[in-house]
Write a protein that binds this ligand. Structure first.
Ligand code: SF4
Length: 313
């Protein structure tokens, strides 16, 4: 029975899978690794259309990335957020400028590579018979095997056992797409699902959807604005959020210097950003003309402020 289900899954994938994704049309382990890192926390469309091709144009190989300066890498990452991903990617390229190791055991020793990324590399680049568990696959596995208990070990074990021994790569890609297109978090389309005849959890599919309420942290940030001869004052951030990036100098809020306030979201933070006139400029600020900031390593928050200043003239 299990082999029939695997075959049905592959037939479904052949017809309905997302074969156009560029990282599914390459054997290059670095390209596949890059896509996996970018896809964590970022939508497929944005990665595919913007960030992935732009990054590969600049750094087509691990070797090229290993020679890059950190600020160049971070500048290309600008807007994707979670900059530790870019730093880890860069650090891995420096450790492995030619290629990546071929076992999960070795891969998880590299910066930022956890069990999921290691298994995805082994499955998609090296075509090994390994299970892969991302959010979509986890949901399918939980429902299909009717795992009521929340046990990562059990889900990984089921994923390993379910892998098609002949076509492991296609099997994992198919499961990902099935979770994304059919076995969706709400309103799964069981009537269109190739796993339906053997699915043990279909009657109570909603039960297996993990409902985790996102917890956001509210923060207030106070920035100073100083402009001299058409140049704006920025600093290199030492803070945890935008470390190493250019940002406006932080200030103590003084009511009479208040300029404007706006909201901004960054990862788990909901920010209230308040801008003030900066009377005294510290020695460690750097002065930038607007045009020089186009390709600079700047946070989306600072870009928003610059745009706002431009709009109000
Ligand atoms: S039958 Fe329904 S619940 Fe089961 S795997 Fe398919 S879509 Fe998900």
């Amino acid at each position: 029975m299990i082999q029939q289900v695997r075959d049905a899954l592959l037939s479904w994938y052949e017809k309905h899978g997302r074969h156009e994704l560029p990282w599914r049309n390459t054997e290059d382990v670095y390209h596949i690794y890059l896509s996996e890192v970018m896809l964590q926390q970022t939508q497929v469309k944005r990665v595919m259309e913007e960030y992935y091709p732009r990054f590969l144009e600049k750094f087509p190989t691990l070797g090229a990335l290993s020679l890059a300066k950190e600020e160049e890498v971070l500048a290309l990452w600008s807007g994707l957020g979670y900059y530790s991903r870019a730093r880890n990617l860069h650090a891995t390229a420096k450790l492995c400028p030619n290629t990546l190791p071929k076992t999960q055991k070795e891969l998880v020793k590299l910066p930022g590579i956890g069990r999921y990324t290691a298994s995805a590399i082994c499955s998609f680049a090296y075509h090994q018979r390994v299970g892969v568990v991302d959010t979509n696959i986890e949901r399918v596995i939980k429902r299909f095997f009717a795992h009521h208990e929340q046990s990562d070990a059990l889900i990984w074990q089921s994923a390993e056992e379910f892998v098609n021994p002949v076509y492991p790569t296609l099997h994992n890609q198919a499961l990902m797409d099935l979770g994304s297109l059919v076995c969706t978090a709400t309103n799964p389309k069981c009537g269109e699902c190739p796993l339906e005849p053997a699915c043990r959890g279909k009657e109570e599919a909603e039960f297996y959807t993990r409902r985790q309420k996102k917890v956001y942290e509210a923060l207030e940030l106070f920035y100073g604005i100083a402009v001299q001869e058409g140049k704006i004052a920025l600093k290199i951030s030492k803070g945890p959020m935008y470390k190493g990036m250019l940002e406006l100098p932080a200030v103590e809020p003084i009511e009479e210097d208040f300029i404007a306030e706006f909201k901004h979201s960054y990862t788990k933070y909901r920010l209230t950003v308040k801008l003030y006139k900066l009377a005294e400029v510290q020695d460690d600020v750097l002065w930038f003309e607007k045009d020089a900031l186009k390709d600079a390593h700047i946070s989306s928050l600072t870009r928003k402020v610059l745009k706002y200043l431009e709009d109000i003239g």
